[in-house]
Design a protein around this ligand. Structure first.
Ligand SMILES: *Cc1c(COP(=O)(O)O)cnc(C)c1O
Length: 573
């Protein structure tokens, strides 16, 4: 189909999505994990569905990090420079943002995401690496989640305030809603209020607040208290001096600190969590705010492996544009589903064996676990009782395990977890083949989520807002074995779409815990249900694969999610 000239339709763009990280393309390292990959999936779906949306993020010219692991599992990091000019076009307008009394210049690069029918979603990458700026200001947009709190607040000034200014400078004057994807960009509400005040000096403060609220949509992404940015009032004063006067600082700071989540909650007309369960938890965390939920999804074509894409093209044409068609995967013969998965598994096992010479085979039940190595995700849970794990494989059949994930450079606990997994690997060496793949990224995620047999997820409830990698797995006929948290509360039909690991009930995310009971619950499910079915009831197993796609793949995708954002947030009023 003919490509549209996007310069002609720019004036009709209405929605602006702000996100600190966006996984735009596997080769562009401007994301660290689920939040950024999700933002990328939203944009890919908007492009396919012809949704008029523009996105704003930081250039992150030095990326997130590349991970190196030594034999003990000690992680060291390198930066991940990428050439922005190879992917994006430099735009002419420049804006400045106020940081500590300086006017820091910001430029923008445009990266285009093109949908199925040629519709393009522009992503503007804000960049302070300009010769007009001081050396340290040039670095503000270099490192995703790098630096100290002052660096982070500077980045958030560029994103929130700079983002609003840049959109205006680029001619996007007709924005219907500003979607703040997580609190990092919440300063946009302050800039919007100032802009309204400048244009309509006669409005009262209350009327301005009302207008801002009408313009803003906020999505909160984590129940973990430490996941919400908080800055001291002193830091805020020093970085925003000349931009906010004392009274304005007082109105954005609650209890002597600037909490970006509260700022966004206070000024957004539509607020949502990212799964039903997360809505409940967020309402408890932030009482008094009308928090709704729109359950996450993943871009179904992007996350479907080639063998399954071929299969869906053959049987359910139209699935690429209209993901609800995946419902009709129920009519695909089981043998064809099993065959497509066998091909995806072969690709993964070949990749693992080429990298690690570990001799994994195509027939052994392969368990996958890959995500950021954060404490609440408990990546070590499977290995917490190595002897028990060995006895399970003796009783119910062998397993092989594929793991991957980066720890944030400052997350010492996360790094310890990687080391503890390496220690367990060593201990289990003679009994179970386990591999830890370095440098987890979107490309590796495509291989792992589609190539394993079971997708394992063991967060501490209720700390996982949604989780999305299990959704990637189900599009590829890979059922989850997971704690009932996040999306799995909605997606799990026991023994039909996968299996639940039973846990104690909890309504607050607390990390201090004794994991042994939950580990035992995982072991029991694996030993008594999952492995026996894998090795002795192939028909039943294949049915589960098909239900995972038809029930869950057809719903937990970003096309459905974007339609819900349109319905409930962007065009709700
Ligand atoms: C999908 C994805 C994630 C998110 O995984 P969770 O299931 O939310 O833990 C993280 N990193 C990468 C590279 C991904 O592709």
């Amino acid at each position: 189909m003919e490509r549209r000239d996007s310069s002609l339709i720019e004036e009709y763009f209405h929605i602006a999505l702000f996100s600190m990280e966006i996984g735009m393309h596997p080769k562009i390292p401007t994301y660290s994990g689920g939040l950024g990959v999700l933002a990328g999936d939203i944009l890919r779906s908007c492009a396919d569905l012809n949704v008029p949306l523009v996105a704003v993020t930081l250039a992150s010219n030095k990326g997130y990090l590349s991970q190196y692991l030594n034999e003990e599992g000690n992680q060291t990091e390198g930066s991940m420079c990428w050439r922005i000019q190879d992917f994006a076009t430099l735009m002419t307008p420049k804006v400045s943002v106020p940081i500590a009394g300086r006017a820091v210049k910001v430029q923008a690069w445009k990266y285009l995401i093109t949908g199925l029918e040629g519709h393009q979603v522009p992503v503007y990458l804000l960049d302070t690496d300009l010769f007009e700026n001081s050396d340290s200001d040039r670095e503000i947009t270099s490192y995703l989640y790098g630096g100290d709190l002052s660096y982070r607040l500077s980045q958030e000034i560029v994103l929130g305030i700079g983002g609003v200014r840049m959109l205006a400078a680029l001619g996007h004057t007709d924005i219907r809603k500003y979607h703040l994807n997580e609190g990092h960009s919440a300063l946009a509400v302050v800039e919007l209020a100032k802009e309204i005040k400048k244009n309509s000096p006669n409005l009262s403060a209350g009327q301005i607040e009302e207008l801002v609220r009408h313009k803003c949509v906020f999505t909160t992404h984590t129940p973990i208290p430490a996941g919400h940015d908080i800055f001291s009032v002193d830091l805020v004063k020093s970085l925003l001096k000349g931009y906010c006067d004392e009274a304005e600082i007082d109105t954005i700071c609650y209890k002597d600190e600037l909490n970006m989540t509260l700022l966004a909650l206070e000024h957004s007309g539509h607020i949502n969590g990212v799964a039903k369960r997360h809505e409940e938890i967020s309402r408890n965390m932030f009482p008094g705010y009308p928090i709704d939920s729109i359950t996450n999804g993943v871009h179904h074509v992007f996350w479907t492996s080639k063998p399954f894409r071929r299969l869906y093209d053959k049987h359910t044409s139209g699935w690429r544009k209209d993901s609800f068609n995946l419902r009709y995967v129920m009519s695909i013969p089981l043998e064809e589903i099993v065959q497509a998965h066998r091909e995806a598994k072969r690709m993964l096992i070949d990749l693992v064996n080429t990298k690690h010479h570990i001799g994994m085979d195509y027939d052994t039940c392969t368990v996958g676990f890959a995500r950021r190595m954060a404490r609440y995700k408990r990546p070590h849970l499977l290995f917490s009782n190595p002897d028990r794990l060995v006895s399970i494989t003796k009783n119910s059949g062998p397993i092989q395990v594929i793991i991957a994930g980066k720890a944030h450079p400052k997350d010492t606990l996360g790094k310890e977890l990687i080391k503890s997994i390496f220690a367990a690997m060593k201990r289990l060496e003679t009994d179970i083949k386990i591999v830890f793949l370095e440098n987890y990224d979107m490309e590796l995620a495509q291989f792992i989520t589609s190539g394993v047999d079971v997708w394992l997820n063991t967060p501490k409830i209720p700390c996982e807002a949604s989780g999305t990698s299990g959704m990637k797995a189900c599009l590829n006929g890979v059922p989850s074995l997971s704690v009932l948290d996040g999306w799995w509360v909605e997606g799990c039909v026991e023994g039909v779409t996968g299996w639940a690991i039973e846990t104690k009930v909890a309504n607050v995310c607390e990390l201090e815990m004794d994991d042994s009971e939950e580990a035992e619950s995982l072991y029991r499910k694996l030993e008594q249900v999952v492995l026996p079915m894998f090795y002795t009831d192939r028909e039943k197993w294949a049915q589960i694969m098909r239900y995972a796609i038809a029930f869950n793949g057809s719903f937990f995708n970003s096309h459905r999610m974007v339609l819900q954002y349109l319905l409930n947030a962007y065009f709700a009023e």
